[in-house]
Ligand binder design. Structure first.
Ligand SMILES: *[C@@H]1O[C@H](CO)[C@@H](O)[C@H](O)[C@H]1NC(C)=O
Ligand SMILES: *[C@@H]1O[C@H](CO)[C@@H](O)[C@H](O)[C@H]1NC(C)=O
Ligand SMILES: *[C@@H]1O[C@H](CO)[C@@H](O)[C@H](O)[C@H]1NC(C)=O
Ligand SMILES: *[C@@H]1O[C@H](CO)[C@@H](O)[C@H](O)[C@H]1NC(C)=O
Ligand SMILES: *[C@@H]1O[C@H](CO)[C@@H](O)[C@H](O)[C@H]1NC(C)=O
Length: 784
């Protein structure tokens, strides 16, 4: 390949030398040769083509001015030294003349700085100005456009600034215009389309703004229009159909919006269509299949939606197809398998579903398909459901489970539903309705007053739990001494359901004084008997740590109701914080890291100081307090449950994707299964993905591991985080490694939470301002 082009070039050179010698004085031949040279974009081939006419006075002065305004550190223009005799005879570097007039100025790669003089107007015969790959700054002189014979302008790779002179449209013979890779600003003057011979326009890599003028896209001679990497905006002109000779249309990396005009499908000469990184919306027209000369199509990073047209399968010469980072949905049409020339395919990060056509998955590896959550069959880790039934967490699974439920469960569920209905209908004084309301309002106020009196007398936290036995036979035990509410306050609070779990239902209760607490009503049937229950709950009630939600009180009702009272945390759970938020609210890395460290600290306290296993750590039961740090809830609750209920909780955690694999056999949680759950939450914070979402049939740890294995590590991170990748890249990577270490399938390989904490603090040293002063009330370790 290389050899043949070299041979061709050699042949051309020979011919031109022959004509230069043989027809040395033939002006017409020279003109022809000049044009030929221009079209082929070749260097001046021979210095001995002089027609014997000495340079005119005007052109000589022009060249002097031209040299004076340039900076020539390499001394390239030193040969422009005599009184002009050598200028046309080949003595002056880069100059060619005809009839004593300069027709070509060609000085690429010469390290020239300075500016282009506006005395360039002197060169009335100039056909070609080629100064590309220098360091020339300043603006393009307006007078350049006034040269009647100008055919080619090659000023790319310089430091030119200012606008593109509208005068360029006045060159009746202009054919090629390459101003790319400069610092040009302003809009593209519509008038340049007045140069009706213009067929090659490259204005890429500048800072041009405004719309693409319709005049330009109606220019039937254009074969190349390269406007990529500018700040162009507006919409694409509707009538692109007039570009009947266009081969390359590159508008990538601009801000062009609107839909793709259907006329784009009539550009049958088109070879390259690159619209990457714009703001195009709407569908890709089915008629795109008419572009039967297309070899490259990139629509990457737009907002196109709808299905991938079947007709793309008709683009038989297509070599590269990039549709990544759009919102295409539906299946990948099997017709794409017809594209035998296709050597590059990327449909990643869309909303595609179904299975990848076999031929495509054989030809392209998973990096062409990633980021489509419902797409399967493109890698061993993404089998389609028919190939390998994978654990799905959907409705089917629920249905299966419900069939296995005992009558007891069904009664419980029914009771639960009734409760919800009651609550929603009546907006209710919850517990007053559950119980017979034996206490009159007057008496109640009396009790409340007593409670406040006790609080006032004690004037501070007391050592042991405060026990209050109500007149109705229930028992309320406070762990933090001062009683801010009484049993009756609590029981008559307005309540609103916050959530349900295996343990029971959580309500947000608003007390009469307007304060709020979270009340967990445990399912009576699955809690331990009263004595055992009280023994355990008294242990849990003493635990105080800034990253653990404090149990403030519990209530035992006369009929066996069991209520746990916690601080109410208005921000809700980590799961909501991360996955349910406005699209413009970002959760920055320092915040995420603070949560990870907070969780690790809370868990460390549980494991090491309290000897408690959480057993059900998920992002839904990690709460976010006012300081945006993490507070683990639901710890120790399994201790309040009968053994069988605790096992059931383990099963539920599995369904959410947080359960360590060995728990399916073991059935008993330990520190390593907690570390696994912590690891899943770390991955959740890094990827922004919920472990509950099915990822082509693999769970979050497997998904992350598979991508890391394929060395697409950067692809796992939440896109929001990648915005700052340059500064936090190392932290992300090290945290990812740690997260993967925590979810190691082998429990023995996982670190203990203490090591996790140490490593986290090495990765990002603790920000003291945000970890102290946030203690949930009386950290016992502080007073010890
Ligand atoms: C002009 O430049 C040429 C080429 O660099 C050199 O050979 C010649 O001696 C110079 N003439 C004068 C008068 O400086
Ligand atoms: C072009 O757009 C970029 C990115 O939005 C911006 O930083 C730059 O200032 C813009 N340039 C001009 C000349 O408007
Ligand atoms: C993704 O595609 C599914 C159908 O396949 C559709 O229901 C869903 O709304 C789409 N999601 C987005 C974000 O476009
Ligand atoms: C496709 O694009 C995605 C996103 O940029 C990238 O991760 C992946 O490597 C690309 N695949 C190929 C085959 O280029
Ligand atoms: C996938 O294909 C791309 C492009 O062909 C290649 O660069 C990359 O290394 C491949 N990745 C794997 C994991 O094979």
């Amino acid at each position: 390949m290389l050899n043949t082009t070299q041979k061709k070039k050699g042949k051309w050179k020979k011919q031109s030398q022959v004509s230069g010698i043989g027809f040395g004085l033939d002006y017409k031949k020279l003109v022809f040769l000049g044009q030929l040279l221009m079209v082929l974009c070749q260097q001046v081939t021979s210095e001995k083509e002089w027609d014997g006419v000495v340079i005119t006075q005007a052109d000589y002065q022009g060249l002097q001015a031209f040299k004076n305004e340039l900076i020539d550190p390499k001394g390239v223009l030193r040969s422009w030294n005599d009184s002009g005799f050598g200028a046309c005879s080949g003595g002056w570097a880069g100059i060619k003349c005809a009839q004593g007039q300069v027709i070509v100025i060609q000085l690429p790669w010469k390290g020239l700085g300075g500016r282009i003089t506006d005395k360039i107007i002197q060169f009335q015969a100039l056909r070609k100005l080629s100064l590309h790959d220098n360091l020339i700054s300043g603006s393009i002189p307006y007078s350049l456009g006034l040269l009647p014979n100008l055919r080619g302008v090659q000023l790319f790779n310089n430091r030119l600034s200012g606008p593109i002179p509208a005068s360029l449209g006045q060159c009746p013979l202009l054919q090629t215009l390459d101003l790319s890779h400069n610092f040009l600003t302003g809009t593209i003057p519509p008038s340049i389309a007045n140069s009706t011979k213009l067929y090659w326009v490259n204005l890429s890599y500048n800072s041009l703004q405004g719309p693409i003028p319709g005049e330009l896209t109606r220019s039937s001679r254009l074969t190349v229009l390269s406007l990529q990497y500018n700040n162009l905006s507006g919409i694409l002109p509707n009538d692109l159909g007039k570009l009947s000779n266009i081969k390359t249309l590159d508008l990538s990396h601009n801000f062009i919006k609107g839909s793709l005009p259907s006329s784009i499908s009539s550009l049958s000469t088109l070879n390259t269509l690159n619209l990457e990184s714009n703001k195009f919306v709407g569908n890709l027209p089915e008629s795109i299949g008419n572009l039967h000369n297309l070899s490259m199509l990139s629509l990457r990073r737009n907002r196109l939606e709808g299905r991938i047209p079947l007709s793309i399968g008709n683009l038989s010469t297509l070599k590269q197809l990039d549709l990544s980072f759009n919102d295409f949905s539906g299946e990948i049409p099997t017709s794409l398998s017809n594209l035998l020339s296709l050597s590059f395919l990327n449909v990643s990060y869309n909303n595609l579903s179904g299975s990848v056509p076999n031929k495509l998955s054989q030809k392209f590896n998973s990096s062409s398909f990633i980021g489509n959550l419902q797409l399967c069959g493109f890698s061993p880790s993404s089998p389609c459901p028919s190939q390998a039934p994978s654990p799905s967490f959907g409705i089917q699974e629920e249905a299966k489970k419900s069939r296995k439920m005992s009558i007891k469960d069904i009664i419980l569920i029914t009771a639960g539903i009734l409760l919800v209905v009651m609550l929603i209908l009546c907006c209710i004084l919850l517990f007053c309705l559950i119980r017979k309301r034996a206490v009159s309002r007057k008496e109640k106020e009396g009790t409340a007053a007593t409670g406040r009196a006790i609080q006032a007398e004690k004037g501070g936290p007391s050592g042991g739990p405060e026990v209050e036995t109500g007149e109705t036979g229930g028992k309320l035990v406070h762990f933090d001494g001062p009683m801010v509410f009484t049993a009756d306050d609590l029981l008559c609070a307005t309540a609103e359901i916050m959530g349900k779990s295996t343990y029971g239902t959580v309500y947000k209760a608003t007390l009469e004084d307007g304060s709020q607490v979270a009340v967990k009503r445990l399912r009576e049937k699955i809690t331990k008997g009263q004595k055992e229950f009280e023994a355990e709950v008294n242990v849990i009630g003493k635990i105080r740590h800034p990253n653990l939600l404090a149990l403030r009180a519990y209530y035992l009702g006369p009929k066996g109701e069991k209520l746990l009272v916690f601080d109410y945390i208005p921000n809700g759970s980590l799961a909501n914080f991360l996955h349910v938020r406005e699209s413009d609210i970002r959760v920055e890395w320092p915040t995420r890291m603070r949560m990870i460290q907070g969780m690790a600290r809370g868990l460390f306290h549980l494991h090491n100081n309290e000897n408690i296993i959480h057993g059900n750590l998920t992002s839904s039961n990690v709460l976010i307090d006012d300081n945006i740090s993490a507070k683990i809830s639901d710890y120790g609750l399994s201790r309040l449950m009968t053994a069988s209920a605790a096992a059931n909780v383990i099963a539920t955690a599995g369904a959410l994707g947080y359960r360590a694999p060995e728990l399916s056999k073991l059935k008993k949680a330990n520190t390593k299964t907690d570390v696994y759950s912590l690891g899943v939450i770390i991955l959740e914070l890094l990827t922004g993905k919920s472990p509950g979402e099915a990822m082509n049939g693999v769970d979050l740890p497997q998904w992350v591991a598979s991508i890391v294995k394929e060395e697409w590590t950067n692809e796992v991170f939440d896109l929001e985080l990648m915005k700052d990748a340059s500064t936090i890249g190392d932290e992300l990577l090290n945290t990812l490694k740690l997260g993967l270490h925590c979810v190691d399938p082998s429990p023995a390989s996982r670190p203990e939470v203490q090591q996790v904490l140490q490593q986290l603090e090495e990765i990002r040293p603790v920000d003291t301002a945000t970890t102290s002063g946030d203690d949930g009330g009386g950290d016992p370790s502080a007073s010890e």
